[in-house]
Design a protein around this ligand. Structure first.
Ligand SMILES: Nc1ncnc2c1ncn2[C@@H]1O[C@H](COP(=O)(O)OP(=O)(O)OP(=O)(O)O)[C@@H](O)[C@H]1O
Length: 282
């Protein structure tokens, strides 16, 4: 019986080098984003997370290496084709002045529209569902620039969701969001991966949320991937020290069974060298 050829991974970067002008940021990065999973990219400020996301999404051209989207060099695909398969929310996006939330979310539909062929019903449904998922329906007719930072961030997330791509790349989508809304967003991203088979690559700064929700954690430092794997394998005190230079304990919450990082800077120093504060038990 002839064997069925293996399906190529949805998104792969091979030996990627990229940067800005003469400054190289990524230095030979290899990454395959697992299909139908939530992959979270962690790393200190300036470690190259956004640069990697932009390179994988074709916003930035690598100086060496290749990005493959569904097995084909992403640079050989046309822009519309890429936008129908891959949606990206960059860091700190800005909307044209006066745009309403519904109009902004509707921009996510552009890759699916042609002058002579539009499916108004499908567009309207996608916009409606994306606004409901991101919880921005109540702001639909308001101007984006009259919203708070967190409300605006949710509108951008809705725009990416309206694009209805199987691959979603989000750069720090929880910026400006309060903790409850951050958790709601991660629950949504987790459902998109596990119930709807979407493939997500998300940059986050919150280590505990990353460990709680990621199927795979990818840890970057100085333009290279230092560690990657399931949180139970890579979310360790030793790795947090190696990647972030962070002194921390990693413990398992007995109720949720989730891993939690507790920073411990200067714990030993305080116990041994700082004078006791009068009246306060050590
Ligand atoms: N447009 C740009 N022009 C020149 N240098 C840039 C540009 N964008 C980023 N850099 C530099 O590239 C390096 C990596 O930046 P990048 O934004 O990829 O890091 P990051 O890990 O996403 O950081 P952060 O967590 O702070 O968002 C940094 O030293 C940064 O100063």
């Amino acid at each position: 019986m002839p064997s069925i050829p293996a399906k190529p991974p949805r998104l792969t970067g091979e030996a990627l080098c990229a940067g800005y002008d003469s400054r190289r940021v990524l230095d030979g990065v290899d990454l395959t984003v697992a299909e139908g999973k939530l992959t979270i990219l962690l790393g200190p400020n300036g470690s190259g997370k956004s640069t990697l996301l932009k390179t994988l999404a074709r916003t930035l051209t690598p100086s060496a290496g290749r990005v493959y989207l569904d097995g084909q060099d992403i640079h050989r695909r046309n822009t519309r084709e890429v936008a129908q398969r891959l949606g990206i929310l960059p860091q700190g996006p800005t909307a044209p002045e006066g745009l309403t939330v519904r109009q902004l979310v509707g921009m996510g539909r552009f890759p699916h529209q042609r002058l002579w062929q539009q499916d108004a019903e499908r567009d309207a449904r996608a916009i409606r569902e994306a606004m409901a998922h991101a919880d921005v329906t109540e702001f639909a007719e308001r101007s984006v620039d009259a919203l708070s930072g967190g409300q605006r961030q949710r509108c951008w997330i809705a725009m990416v969701l309206a694009q209805e791509t199987d691959l979603i790349l989000l750069d720090e989508p929880t910026t400006f969001l309060d903790l409850k809304v951050q958790v709601d967003l991660l629950e949504l991203l987790s459902r998109l991966a596990h119930e709807h088979g979407r493939t997500l690559l998300v940059v986050l700064h919150d280590l505990n949320l990353a460990a709680a929700y990621a199927d795979t954690l990818v840890m970057m430092r100085d333009g290279a991937i230092l560690r990657q794997g399931a949180p139970r394998d890579v979310f360790t005190a030793a790795n947090l020290k190696a990647v972030f230079d962070l002194d921390a304990n990693v413990i398992r919450d007995p109720h949720s069974r989730r891993l939690v990082c507790v920073p411990t800077p200067g714990v030993h120093a305080a116990a041994t060298s700082s004078p006791a504060i009068k009246g306060v038990a050590p």
